[in-house]
Design a protein around this ligand. Structure first.
Ligand code: PDD
Length: 290
């Protein structure tokens, strides 16, 4: 694997970051995860826009303004040819003597790497996935894609302890999102998801799926989902850039609904994939392989 660090393309074991980096000491940084299919980055502009919003929210000037991000990410994909992959990128406030307030002078650290995307195998379509519910113990700005993810890490580990793939988070009796995904519920053929705001990450997959479903005439409502409505729903889905749309068929150790992926999920995934493939065919969206 070839990674990117501060302008260089190199094996990750040669990519050295100072222990005084504020990402390491304070979690003072933001990140993105961008999927690529057949060498093409999917919804790159939307991810870069969100990166810009995260950087602005933590008052960190964009270290690669202009078209530099796409040039770098496309080169990184060319350096790592292969199947479907996600690109992880992280920007921190850089190296400085340890003090909570911003340093007077620091150069942002920019790191990026690629990882394979596990294909959604027949097991998922046949059986769906297990999730647990857990209290949302995160901070008040979950709309910022911050690398400070301790509460998400603990929630996801709680899920793993129960052989579940995701923790669905609840705050004040309402659904927020998953530890690393957005959550949709379906009740009587109406699709609900938590409205945007500081309590959730504005997921790129969430946004794309809403657009796809609405264009096909589905009634999609961005409304608060009370815990009771979550538990009584016909279907629960998880969305993220690496997981697309996953059906939850076990919740808190019990079968959810009839324990099978639901019919609305099947149709939604199909429509999502068709729209994704159409979007990927737009000229200029490809990464040339040498
Ligand atoms: N996580 N909510 C949270 C808390 C997330 O961490 C993620 C994605 C999402 C879905 O966002 P998107 O559709 O833009 O991927 C929602 C990434 C994949 C991660 O941390 O690995």
């Amino acid at each position: 694997m070839i990674a990117y660090l501060n302008g260089e393309y190199l094996p990750p074991e040669q990519a050295c970051i100072s222990p005084l980096d504020r990402g390491f000491l304070f979690g003072d940084g933001v990140y993105e995860v961008i999927p690529s299919y057949g060498g093409k980055l999917f919804l790159l502009d939307a991810h870069l826009e969100r990166l810009g919003r995260s950087l602005a929210a933590i008052r960190l000037p964009d270290p690669i303004p202009g078209g530099g991000w796409s040039v770098m990410l496309e080169r990184l994909l060319r350096e790592n040819p292969g199947g479907d992959r996600s690109v992880y990128l992280q920007v921190t406030r850089g190296v400085a003597p340890r003090d909570h307030a911003f340093p007077g002078h620091a150069t942002a650290t920019v790191f990026a790497m690629v990882s394979p995307i596990a294909p959604q195998g027949p097991t998922v379509a046949g059986a769906g996935v297990s999730a647990i519910t857990a209290p949302d113990q995160r901070w008040g700005r979950c709309d910022i894609k911050s690398v400070a993810l301790l509460a998400n890490v603990l929630a996801r580990q709680q899920a793993a302890d129960h052989a579940a793939v995701e923790a669905i988070l609840l705050r004040d009796g309402l659904l927020t999102e998953g530890a690393a995904s957005n959550v949709f519920v379906v009740t009587n053929d109406v699709v609900y998801t938590t409205p945007l705001g500081p309590a959730i990450l504005p997921g790129i997959t969430r946004d794309f799926l809403l657009g796809v479903l609405r264009a096909r005439g589905w009634d999609c409502r961005e409304e608060p989902v009370p815990e009771g409505a979550l538990r009584a729903a016909d279907e629960i889905w998880l969305t993220s850039s690496t997981k697309e749309v996953l059906p939850v068929t076990r919740l808190d150790g019990q079968p959810f609904g009839d324990g099978q992926p639901g019919p609305v999920w099947r149709e939604a995934l199909d429509q999502y994939r068709q729209a994704r493939d159409r979007a990927m065919r737009v000229p200029g969206n490809e990464v040339a392989h040498d």
